[in-house]
Ligand binder design. Structure first.
Ligand code: SAM
Length: 248
């Protein structure tokens, strides 16, 4: 997986991504990251300036089309072919785990980060294949959203997580929230780890975790249950929970 980020603040991307798990994945070559400073592609006469006033008036500045286009062309030249290009925008489709799984199949991904009031629409029309939002709120720039996407996608790239199981059982991966986790000590400030986790009976532990996932999802995100793949036992357990809910 090769990431290319078109941004006015490459130092923000580099600092965030070269840390912890993604940092190790970059160092080992499992993923690669190139942050490209759009400012380096500013027109000569504008001396590094890449924004201008909006036509029609209004508050703020707008990033110009030409430096963005040039930085994109530079990256396409490096890759050798056009690649899927994501514009981070509050107006895009809201990012989720399913989208991450789909993006994780790509070999190259280009992220375009806006700033100020956004980017001249004409270059967005020209180069962008996907518009993605990380939620219904407005940030100052696309750098954090790009990092949110890269972090999530990276966890699905083989070799990035040391224990590949951990991406399989996590929240959303099977349509449910993950079960609660515990580690040593066995008793912490008077609170014990559930007995079943100490039983050594893998079948019972798996069933308990599955039921915890279902009850957590019902409690915190019942909307997910509509599309979660539940088997006969799961549905029976869910019915029991719903009956108990009705009685209280
Ligand atoms: N004027 C734009 C609008 O109303 O749609 C918002 C511009 S915002 C201040 C500056 C940049 O931050 C955007 O171009 C986008 O790249 C990024 N951004 C802000 N909120 C975002 C979100 N929720 N998801 C993804 N990107 C976001």
């Amino acid at each position: 997986m090769n990431y290319y980020v078109l941004t006015l603040f490459p130092e923000m991307i580099d600092a965030g991504m070269n840390t912890s798990i993604t940092g190790r994945a970059i160092a080992s070559g499992t993923i690669s990251l190139e942050s490209v400073n759009i400012r380096d592609f500013a027109e000569e006469k504008r001396k590094g300036r890449v924004d201008d006033y909006p036509y029609g008036g209004g508050a703020g500045m707008v990033m110009q089309a030409e430096p963005v286009m040039r930085s994109y062309e530079y990256v396409c030249g490096r890759i050798g072919k056009p690649a899927r290009t994501v514009y981070l925008t509050p107006q895009g489709s809201v990012f989720d785990q399913k989208m991450a799984e789909e993006f994780a199949q790509e070999e190259n991904l280009i992220f375009l980060c806006g700033h100020y009031e956004g980017i001249d629409e004409r270059v967005i029309e020209e180069i962008v294949t996907d518009q993605v939002s990380i939620g219904d709120y407005v940030l100052t720039g696309g750098e954090l959203p790009a990092m949110v996407m890269m972090d999530t996608i990276s966890r699905l790239v083989p070799g990035v997580l040391s224990n590949s199981d951990s991406a399989v059982s996590e929240s959303f991966s099977d349509g449910l929230l993950e079960y609660p986790q515990y580690t040593r000590p066995e008793v912490w400030r008077g609170k014990s780890v559930p007995d079943i986790l100490l039983s050594g009976h893998h079948g019972n532990v798996d069933r308990w975790r599955r039921e915890q996932s279902i009850s957590r999802t019902l409690e915190k995100r019942p909307d997910l249950l509509d599309s979660a793949p539940l088997d006969k036992n799961d549905r029976k357990f869910l019915r029991k929970l719903l009956e108990m809910q009705e009685q209280t």
